[in-house]
Design a protein around this ligand. Structure first.
Ligand code: OVM
Length: 398
């Protein structure tokens, strides 16, 4: 069978698509299961079936050549590659196992009390104020209040966490203005991050110290320990900030969905998964082919970059039905790929889920109606979809 390969000229890292990616996602999915993006000479997949299949076949779609556009076989990475995200088995296996043990559900359960207190005090304050910005007053504040403490980071310099995350996620894209701008101010940020990954910078009771203890136990090496702490700092802040902002923004834009959540705040868990399906922070990740592979009739050569559109897969009507573009907190959203899928699926998930469940519950209990006070302002990043500002008014309710 001869199939013609669909070719698109769009720039998925251009301002237009980053601002509103969903029309492009639909064109991508409808163009075919595998599409060539001429501008970058790469392949792209936007349908759930193929994205899921690629994520769960790491032997063919590898990560050690980078999870971004840059091929680590051809270009020097902007930082030493992550031992988790940018590694394949068998290297990945030991580091992943150690990190999963550090972030075990049993450990994360101990954070519930502290996270709840933080979430409730912020929610109380926002309700008392009435008007607030869901990004600066909530989504950026709460994770920064709880996460650095559980890692055991030094008190000074935490303002470097958001710029570092922004840089790390921009760095998966091309060297466009977004990445250049993030790199321009990066040196002191990177210095602080690396210093904070060392044993002597970390409090003795945090997740950072647990990673170092895993090195003492021989589960990982002492050279690997600071690199795994770096993974916590790279992936642990911006993701949850954007996840909270996107969830609150989506629910505020759908008053009937917020009303349903307020009526039954135990729906917070489901509402969050649905919001992640509907508007996930991490829009895309790359893989690189380790061999020639046929996908749905299209042959992709060895050493090719493949851009997986997680956010497009999460709205694929072939998977989610004709109303895939609709936010519906009663939907069974499990199976979405906002956290990825397979061996690289987000290892920090228990922390992220706990954070957002508790903050959303605190808000849902107190706020009957969330009134948008103007258009949200998008925040552009080569990988993360989110907002710079989401002005809201909270209407208290019993
Ligand atoms: C890492 C990492 C993992 C996931 C996402 C990410 C910046 C980084 O291990 O450093 O984004």
């Amino acid at each position: 069978m001869i199939t013609t390969i669909p070719v698109l000229d769009d720039d998925p890292f251009g301002d237009e698509i980053l601002t509103d990616p969903y029309p492009f996602h639909q064109r991508l999915r409808d163009s075919g299961p595998v599409v060539h993006l001429r501008r970058y000479g790469i392949w792209a997949m936007g349908r759930y079936a193929e994205v899921h299949a690629a994520l769960t076949d790491p032997a063919t779609f590898c990560s050690s050549r980078g999870a971004g556009l840059s091929d680590f076989h051809r270009e020097k990475p902007w930082r030493p590659p992550s031992l988790l995200l940018e590694a394949d088995p068998p290297t990945h296996t030991a580091t992943r196992k150690a990190m999963s043990a550090v972030i075990a559900p049993r450990t994360v359960r101990r954070f519930r009390e502290g996270f709840t207190a933080s979430a409730e005090s912020i929610a109380d304050e926002l309700v008392a104020r009435g008007e607030f910005d869901a990004v600066t007053d909530l989504a950026e504040r709460y994770p920064l209040q709880v996460f650095p403490d559980i890692v055991g980071l030094p008190a000074d310099g935490r303002e470097n966490l958001l710029p570092y995350g922004g840089l790390a996620f921009n760095a998966f894209g091309p060297r466009n203005a977004l990445l250049e701008e993030a790199l321009a101010a990066a040196a002191p940020v990177q210095e602080w991050i690396w210093k904070s990954c060392q044993r002597d910078a970390l409090s003795p009771d945090g997740l950072g110290a647990s990673i170092w203890a895993a090195a003492d136990a021989g589960d990982i090496t002492h050279e690997q320990a600071p690199m795994l702490v770096r993974s916590l700092l790279s992936a642990g802040v911006d993701t949850t900030v954007h996840g909270i902002a996107n969830t609150v923004a989506a629910l505020a834009a759908h008053p009937e969905q917020w009303a349903a959540l307020h009526a039954d705040p135990t729906l917070a868990k489901f509402a969050f998964d649905e919001a992640l399906r509907y508007a996930g922070p991490v829009q895309t990740f790359f893989r690189t082919t380790t061999r020639e592979v046929e996908v749905a009739g299209t042959v992709i050569g060895e050493g090719e970059k493949v851009l997986l559109f997680l956010a497009a897969a999460n709205r694929d009507p072939r998977k989610w039905g004709p109303d895939a573009d609709r936010l519906d907190i009663t939907r069974r959203a499990s199976g979405h790929v906002a956290f990825g899928m397979g061996i690289h699926q987000c290892v920090g998930q228990p922390i992220a889920r706990l954070e957002i469940e508790l903050v959303l519950t605190a808000l849902a209990r107190r706020i009957a109606r969330l009134e948008p006070l103007g258009d949200p302002v998008p925040k552009l990043n080569n990988t993360l979809k989110g907002w710079q500002s989401v002005p809201l008014r909270a209407h208290a309710g019993g």
